[in-house]
Design a protein around this ligand. Structure first.
Ligand code: DGP
Ligand code: NA
Ligand code: NA
Length: 242
């Protein structure tokens, strides 16, 4: 399943950053902006707490359950995979079957279940996806616990690679001052300092780093400028994380 290089598609835009870096409100603003320009756009977030895997993650984050570091790492990854590859349509509650019925992404397995590639279908249908956290959170938060970074990256291989990663850069101390953390498992200054280092270890020239200490409107404008090139006539094939 690959977009042919001649047809245009939606863009895959990822926002990353520490907790309280402003990602969530900036992704909503970016959504309004792109919709205002007439682009079909959806805002997704990971973890997606609505699925059964997501509920296990949510319980872990609120300290209602305790899981081994590698186990929770793989659950976060599975939560991205369940949106990437295929779902059994008949079992997927929130799925709008009608909308996708004619899509060439639908195919039947020999056991009779119909499967679909969710993210890829959306992109190929011309829908731009803004994603609040993705694989880079997975690698940053788990390697901050001391897990080997290559081990952390392995289950992310094969997920769709973003067209652009927007990193909202905030010193951990500044983030901690912002109205306090919500009390979830990772929202502690010492840990966030390690996460920041683990984000730095992943950051390369394909990332757009934005100073998240600027006024909200300035950040908003810089995000708009950064995505504009990426949402018009996207023709390059959708690639996988390698
Ligand atoms: P959020 O809903 O964006 O506030 O994220 C919840 C918390 O989970 C946040 O502290 C970041 C962390 N997180 C997000 N994705 C992953 C992941 O893939 N792996 C791990 N270990 N933590 C993650
Ligand atoms: Na959070
Ligand atoms: Na968030």
């Amino acid at each position: 399943l690959r977009a042919s290089s001649s047809e245009s598609r939606g863009a895959l835009i990822v926002l990353e950053g520490l907790d309280r870096s402003g990602k969530t409100s900036q992704s909503s603003r970016l959504l309004s902006y792109l919709e205002g320009l007439g682009h079909s756009t959806e805002l997704w977030r990971f973890p997606d707490r609505s699925t059964s895997v997501g509920q296990m993650i949510s319980a872990y984050l609120s300290n209602k359950s305790h899981l081994d570091d590698r186990t929770i790492h793989l659950l976060f990854s599975a939560n991205r995979w369940e949106k990437r590859v295929t779902v059994e349509v008949s079992l997927y509650k929130n799925f709008d079957y009608q909308k996708f019925q004619d899509s060439n992404e639908l195919f039947s397995r020999s056991d009779g279940f119909t499967q679909i590639s969710l993210m890829e279908t959306q992109l190929k249908n011309g829908i731009t996806l803004i994603i609040d956290r993705y694989s880079y959170s997975g690698v940053a938060f788990s390697s901050a616990k001391g897990l080997d970074i290559e081990w952390c990256k392995a289950p992310e291989v094969g997920l769709l690679a973003p067209d652009i990663v927007l990193y909202l850069d905030i010193p951990p101390e500044k983030a901690a001052e912002r109205g306090g953390y919500g009390g979830e498992r990772y929202e502690q200054l010492e840990f966030q300092r390690k996460v920041a280092k683990c984000y730095q270890a992943q950051c390369d020239s394909s990332w757009k780093v934005i100073d998240a200490c600027q006024p909200i409107e300035d950040i908003e404008k810089q995000l708009q400028d950064a995505v504009l090139d990426h949402v018009t006539d996207v023709c390059q094939p959708i690639e996988d994380i390698d």
